[in-house]
Design a protein around this ligand. Structure first.
Ligand SMILES: O=P(O)(O)OC[C@H]1O[C@H](OP(=O)(O)OP(=O)(O)O)[C@H](O)[C@@H]1O
Ligand SMILES: Nc1ncnc2[nH]cnc12
Length: 183
């Protein structure tokens, strides 16, 4: 369950581009729809630049960006280009064609499994895990386990938006976390 929380931090002026949809995809969920932000060239640029700036200001150095399907792809690819590194997709089951590692996880609304190609993360690589939203943190934590299970180092997690009331940060507390908007 998530409540309609007020925005606490919004340095890039992005909250106006995120629409809250009550009871989607199930009753009690206050869904944050980022599609208006994606549709606005200025807001999209500020989002990617703002996330890159937070990574840089925290002194986080990165060899690869790992983006989580599907909204993590949308932000992860421009962020990887901006940071000068490659992009690795973490996908929902059965989508990747070669040998994968998988992790199960609990979502705010259900359970699922995430997969990555076994050669997507190289031992010793510093990985930035990117997604649009952290809610309960189950998705991010599972992705962190995929990265470390393949010998990578989670340099940090970067989110556009954090629903702070759901305790997601606690699930990944051993790693640096940056988020542009906090609710
Ligand atoms: O912190 P958590 O509680 O784990 O939730 C966060 C995840 O939920 C959403 O993904 P969703 O599974 O809805 O998929 P989508 O990106 O394909 O819409 C969001 O994009 C994150 O990946
Ligand atoms: N409330 C929410 N809004 C958008 N994406 C989410 N992913 C998990 N919880 C979410």
């Amino acid at each position: 369950m998530s409540e309609a929380l007020p925005v606490q931090a919004d340095p890039a002026g992005l909250a106006a581009f995120i629409h809250e949809v009550p009871d989607f995809p199930s009753p009690g969920i206050a869904y944050k729809d980022i599609t208006p932000l994606l549709a606005d060239a200025g807001a999209l640029a500020r989002a990617v630049e703002g996330m890159a700036a937070q990574v840089g200001e925290a002194g986080i150095e990165v060899d690869r960006v790992v983006g989580i399907e599907s909204r993590g792809f949308i932000l992860g690819v421009p962020l990887a280009l901006r940071l000068g590194c490659g992009f690795v997709p973490v996908r929902k089951p059965g989508k990747l064609p070669r040998e994968v590692r998988f992790e199960e996880y609990a979502l705010e609304y259900g359970t699922d499994r995430l997969e990555v190609h076994v050669d997507g993360v190289v031992a010793g690589h510093r990985v930035l895990v990117v997604d649009d939203v952290i809610a309960t943190g189950g998705t991010a934590a599972a992705t962190g386990r995929l990265v470390t299970g393949l010998g990578g180092e989670v340099a940090a997690f970067a989110f556009l938006l954090e629903l702070s009331g759901l305790g997601g940060r606690d699930q990944i507390a051993e790693h640096p976390v940056v988020s542009l908007l906090t609710y």
